[in-house]
Ligand binder design. Sequence first.
Ligand code: FAD
Length: 410
Amino acid sequence: MYDVIVVGARCAGAPTAMLLARKGYRVLLLDRATFPSDTISTLIIWQTGVAKLKRWGLLDKVVKSGCPSITRFTMDLGDFPLSGWGPPADGAAESYAPRRTVLDKVLVDAAVTAGAELRDECSVRELVVEDGRVVGICGTTKEGATFTEQARIAVGADGKHSVVARAGKAPAYSQHASRSCFYYTFWEDLPCDGYEVYWPEGKRYILKIPTNGNQVLVVVVWPHDEFTAFRADVERNYMATLGLAPELADSIGSARRISRILGTGDVPNFFRKPYGPGWALVGDTGYNKDPITAFGISDAFRDAELLAQALDAGLSGLQQLDQALEGYEQKRNAVAMPLYEHTLSVANYQPHSPKSFEVRAALRGNQVDTDRFFGAIASTVPRNEFFNRENIQRIFRQAATWAKDTAERG
Ligand SMILES: Cc1cc2nc3c(=O)[nH]c(=O)nc-3n(C[C@H](O)[C@H](O)[C@H](O)COP(=O)(O)OP(=O)(O)OC[C@H]3O[C@@H](n4cnc5c(N)ncnc54)[C@H](O)[C@@H]3O)c2cc1C
């Protein structure tokens, strides 16, 4: 009998298991994968997520893996490249984009070191339910043997197509179909100055992200309604999209591609009620969104902390478990919903408004506000603190004053 069984051992499951094991709970952590192993992801961890790694004592391991820090963000919407970097979050000034083979292994090892029992290469098939309450899981080993384990609560951290969410009949809300498709591969000998985003000719996103081994992840993002067209010739469409950004196309010419192109159009947007009798959900299982704003990993870390706190309160008897889990859902949604709505609007693939180009032009040469602009993208500056009427008008006034002074000086 375990206190908690966690199904899924990546960004959401492993930290949840680690935090509960550190509090002395008996935790079983299951995954059908083995570690290290890769998964579809474009790797960015913003400062908010890095702050969690630091707090958990795991950031050093990511740094020691040879993952470069990111302290510069350049965004070129076809007008000009605007560069800056947002303020720190909880003492974390830098961002990182570790390979998932590195990050997920660090997280799983930390859970095991904390005392969680790891069973990899085990698939959970269904939940065991007694009197309407989940009391355990039923799984299969890679050799095909079936097993059953019992726990006071089963946590689904098994991704967006979760067995736990399905078995618990977790209601979904604020749902929207996939809006983007992502294709990427890794390059060597490609210059990359931090996180670079291009929106050439107002048609597609191209992202450049430095990762382990001096490699650069180059991602191409298309609207989901063109997914079938993209898939029809992945190689040609990927390379043709890079060709839309001439400065990138030049440097790609002398770089070396080191893996095949991977991608997906399976990026649905939803919230799920993250708890029920004997079960709870965390990470993509409970809340999934388009990766275009790159917050899945950081949000999974946050929700792992929130869920571990709620489970500790409920399992220790400090609070009714249901009440603690209701608080978990409320806290998650209060933080997640504004970002979710913003993410949906970015993944709308509408042309950027003339106003947004005016704001960018006004920020040119104003590094303090440019840094706060990038902070608003990385969620280290509240979006409504930057993107409010007074602040934007102040930036326009400042730009006008500087332009006048410059003209007067000749
Ligand atoms: C194209 C793309 C790009 C992305 N880019 C970024 C980015 O740049 N930055 C960012 O922060 N986020 C990004 N994300 C999102 C990020 O990858 C996810 O939010 C994150 O991986 C969620 O972690 P998780 O632990 O909830 O789920 P997952 O990473 O999906 O892990 C679920 C685990 O559960 C296991 N599992 C599933 N079913 C079972 C079962 N029945 N039995 C046993 N084990 C099971 C799986 O093997 C897997 O290991 C991206 C996502 C995609 C698709």
